[in-house]
Design a protein around this ligand. Structure first.
Ligand SMILES: [Zn+2]
Length: 373
């Protein structure tokens, strides 16, 4: 048995978690609040949490064995991990594949446990989408700090000194020389900030940048950005006085949420327009499911999908939309799954991007996608 794995809390981890799969219900997923989730109380010790939450109804004999063994594995392995301070966690365990994995979440979550043929990643995916990490440059002429906003706070990634003085009136030639020298200093300072910012954006796989601080310096920075990086700037916040990281984080949050919303709307319109033009898109549960199964989906847009039924056969693993009481293939009993989670798991397994929205998306029948081919 390997040591439990802690995956980084980024989108790139979701396909790795989605790989933990079986033919029947053998994968245990556990959500629980972290040490920083003030107010969220655990009903019992973490080692006993899934045991207290899981209901064992309607499991086949094999599945009940999976349940018992996975709970045992959880009990044995959880005491061996030291989980860093966090808002929330999701754990995925399978005794069949001997996987014991954890991923930090950017928000507090209610305790919950699921036993299914694949991990229940819908809440985790949704949180990582809604609270996507972004870079913040907080700078004036004297100093600059580069942060990553993730997991409910700002993490400092780098600090640079500008030490650039204000304009001084001298007059004549000496004034001109002074100005030229100052321009060069600003240029070098901006280049150094952008170099560090680029490193952070690349290494953390960030898509969004917020510029905050002195308005003139922010302009100077933006002027010197490569076009690709300039496209990633989602907001510019002039901040006059020196602020601590918590204040900067609070002020940038709503800008990030707006950008997230804007992207949802963009994708919805793109799917709708492409569909009307007969382009490479699908809309509605049936066509989207078919495209997901063929790994054709480039970018999935998924609403709450309430009222969409999904079934799976505990015996032969056959599955699909609808709610047949017995498996059309083998005649054994079926059970209901979350359509939203099945779509999401298939998307992660097929390396599709997933965009979540609280909208019902009536114009695309609840779900849709841009396709690769
Ligand atoms: Zn069956």
């Amino acid at each position: 048995m390997d040591k439990p794995t802690i995956f980084p809390p980024t989108r790139a981890s979701l396909p790795k978690l989605a790989k933990i799969q079986g033919d029947d219900r053998c994968v245990l997923t556990v959500y629980f609040p972290g040490s920083l989730a003030g107010g969220k109380k655990m009903p019992t010790k973490l080692t006993e949490l899934p045991t207290s939450l899981l209901r064992a109804e309607s499991l086949t004999r094999d599945e009940d064995e999976h349940r018992r063994r996975s709970l045992e594995l959880w009990r044995a392995e959880v005491p061996k991990v030291s989980l860093p301070p966090a808002m929330g966690w999701v754990g995925v365990v399978s005794w069949l594949t001997e996987d014991v994995t954890f991923m930090q979440l950017p928000a507090a979550v209610e305790p919950a446990a699921y036993l299914d043929n694949s991990p229940f990643l819908l809440p985790a995916g949704r949180l990582l989408d809604d609270l996507e990490a972004y870079a913040v440059v907080y700078a004036d002429h004297a100093r600059a700090t580069i942060y990553v906003a993730a997991l409910g706070k700002l993490e400092e990634e780098g600090r640079l000194r500008g030490g650039i003085k204000n304009h001084v009136r001298k007059g004549g030639w000496s004034q001109q020389r002074y100005e030229r020298r100052r321009d060069n200093e600003i240029h070098r300072y901006c280049k150094a900030i952008l170099h560090k910012l680029n490193e952070v954006v690349e290494s953390e796989g960030l898509r969004r940048i917020v510029l905050a601080g002195d308005r003139i310096l922010i302009n100077e920075l933006e002027k010197r950005m490569a076009p690709a990086m300039r496209k990633q700037v989602v907001c510019r916040l002039a901040m006059e006085d020196k602020k601590d990281p918590r204040e900067v984080f609070q002020e940038t949050l709503s800008a990030a949420a707006e950008e997230e919303r804007r992207e949802e709307l963009w994708l919805r319109d793109a799917i709708r327009n492409e569909h009307a033009a007969g382009g490479r898109t699908v809309v509605g549960p049936a066509d989207t499911l078919a495209a997901l199964n063929k790994k054709r989906v480039r970018w999935l847009l998924i609403g709450p999908m309430e009222g969409v039924d999904f079934w799976r056969c505990g015996s032969c693993g056959d599955n699909g939309l609808g709610q047949p009481p017995t498996c059309p293939d083998c005649g054994e009993a079926t059970y209901a799954q979350s359509a939203g989670n099945e779509f999401t798991d298939l998307a992660y397994a097929g390396r599709s991007r997933v965009e979540f929205t609280d909208d019902d998306l009536p114009e695309i029948d609840g779900v849709g996608a841009l396709l690769r081919w």
